[in-house]
Design a binder for this molecule. Structure first.
Ligand code: LMR
Length: 395
């Protein structure tokens, strides 16, 4: 039988596929772009915007790129670990002081690549391992973990209607978990709610996780955009101080403004770091072989230079303060926005119905995620009154 005849008889493997909906968050990018209305407001996908509504290339990034263009001698392969110096230079920023013998890590394509690699490492360690996930969470957390074969165990992190963090429910979920379960934690700037644990709450959580024998997996994608670089790493460092093993998915996409370059790293703290590193290399090889270089080379160049590091830190701080000023400016304009000052980082989640969110988009040209998540950094100072008025109009 010819190959064609065989395929006609059995059908192609691909015939079993059904059409998938576009990712609703990413679909907003196109909807907003195609909206001709002047004064439209984009609070959809999570990218920082300055007071002029632009997502600038940071000055330190431009300088590092100029340096690389002039000085880079080769684009030959680096290996599945990517840029090792990049990961080494990120280590003190994320962890502060740490025993490097207990730490391994590889460069990944963005924070998503780090999460996926971590999920695959967990599945390789224990097929079908359970992961406690506070809800609501970043919409990609669940499909990403499930695609790696992990089981999600949800608990309530935040109540949108009352805008309150449900710390008691987090504690109850940890107490009810089985030793060996994994718990996914947002290190800072919780996506989508902006509701982070306080210092006191981290100080309760970190030892409790250890006592219950859970494995913490910290997603740190917005370091520096909440309360500052060190403050935003407080939770991670508390978790590392108390737990013998910790996974960390790190993203430089937001705090270096490198989004499309896809710059991240997966770190693992463990006294079996060498064995874990060998598994990370094998998994990376089977996924993307080697991560893309350019973004990590930029970060490495910045962090290897005291001048560029100072410039990066100053610009990052200015971004953080702008987000804070938007929160303060909007919170005073409408009671429904008053809680914006209690939340941290780029996101908050408003208690709006799907109809209200659609009306905001269709009638008022205000774009936000279908969940009611707003990217606070999407508001320019001029747009704050129009946004507050639109929210008031749909309530
Ligand atoms: C977001 O949450 O908007 C960003 O992390 C972009 C994404 O990949 O979802």
């Amino acid at each position: 039988m010819s190959a064609l005849a065989a395929q006609i008889e059995t059908g192609s493997v691909l015939d079993g596929l059904t059409a998938q909906p576009a990712d609703p968050l990413l679909a907003l990018i196109g909807l907003f772009r195609d909206d001709p209305r002047p004064g439209k407001i984009d609070m959809g996908v999570g990218v920082y915007r300055d007071a002029g509504g632009k997502t600038p290339v940071m000055a330190a990034v431009k300088a590092a790129e100029a340096f690389l263009l002039k000085d880079q001698q080769t684009k030959s392969y680096l290996g599945p670990e990517g840029d090792a110096r990049f990961a080494e230079l990120l280590t003190p920023i994320a962890f502060g002081e740490i025993d490097r013998a207990q730490l391994c890590g590889v460069q990944t394509p963005g924070g998503t690549g780090a999460l996926r690699l971590g999920a695959e490492l967990l599945a390789r360690g224990r097929a079908g391992a359970r992961v406690l996930v506070g809800t609501p969470t970043w919409p990609n957390h669940v499909p990403l973990m499930e695609a790696a074969g992990l089981q999600i165990v949800p608990f309530k992190h935040f109540d949108v209607a009352t805008q309150t963090l449900r710390f008691e429910e987090t504690l109850a979920a940890i107490k009810a978990a089985t030793p060996g379960d994994v718990i996914l934690l947002h290190g800072c700037c919780h996506n989508p709610t902006g509701a982070d644990y306080t210092v006191d709450q981290w100080n309760i959580l970190a030892p409790l996780i250890a006592e219950r024998g859970l494995l913490p997996f910290v997603d740190l994608a917005y370091q520096g955009l909440g309360n500052g670089l060190d403050a935003d790493a407080f939770g991670l460092r508390a978790v590392v101080a108390h737990n013998p093993q910790v996974l960390v998915a790190y993203s430089c996409d937001k705090n270096f403004g490198l989004y499309r370059e896809r710059v991240g790293a997966l770190f693992v703290v463990s006294d079996t770091a060498a064995v874990i590193q060998s598994n990370l290399l094998a998994l990376a090889r089977a996924n993307w072989s080697m991560p893309p270089d350019h973004g990590a080379a930029i970060v490495r160049t910045i962090l290897d230079s005291p001048e560029l590091t100072a410039s990066w830190r100053a610009e990052l701080d200015a971004m953080r303060l702008r987000i804070l000023s938007v929160r303060e400016g909007a919170a005073g304009r409408d009671p429904a926005l008053a809680t914006l000052t209690q939340q941290t980082g780029m996101f908050s989640m408003l208690p709006l119905s799907p109809d209200q969110i659609r009306t905001l988009r269709e009638v008022h040209a205000v774009y936000m995620a279908g969940s009611g998540r707003i990217n606070v950094a999407g508001l320019t100072p001029d747009a704050i009154p129009a946004f507050a008025a639109a929210v008031a109009a749909v309530r």
